[in-house]
Design a protein around this ligand. Structure first.
Ligand SMILES: [Zn+2]
Length: 47
């Protein structure tokens, strides 16, 4: 559990380079290091 948390301590969005807590959640949920606003533009196109 502890190592699982440590893997996701990088919260810099790959798209806009901003640090955002949502980047961590989106990486776990979607596999993309994106903040919520960047994720919205990405999720318009289904994987
Ligand atoms: Zn972003």
């Amino acid at each position: 559990m502890l190592s699982y948390m440590a893997e996701y301590d990088d919260i810099v969005c790959e798209e806009c380079k901003n640090e955002d807590e949502s980047v961590k959640n989106n990486l776990i949920m979607t596999g993309y290091k994106l903040c919520d606003s960047c994720k919205l533009s990405k999720t318009i196109f289904p994987v």
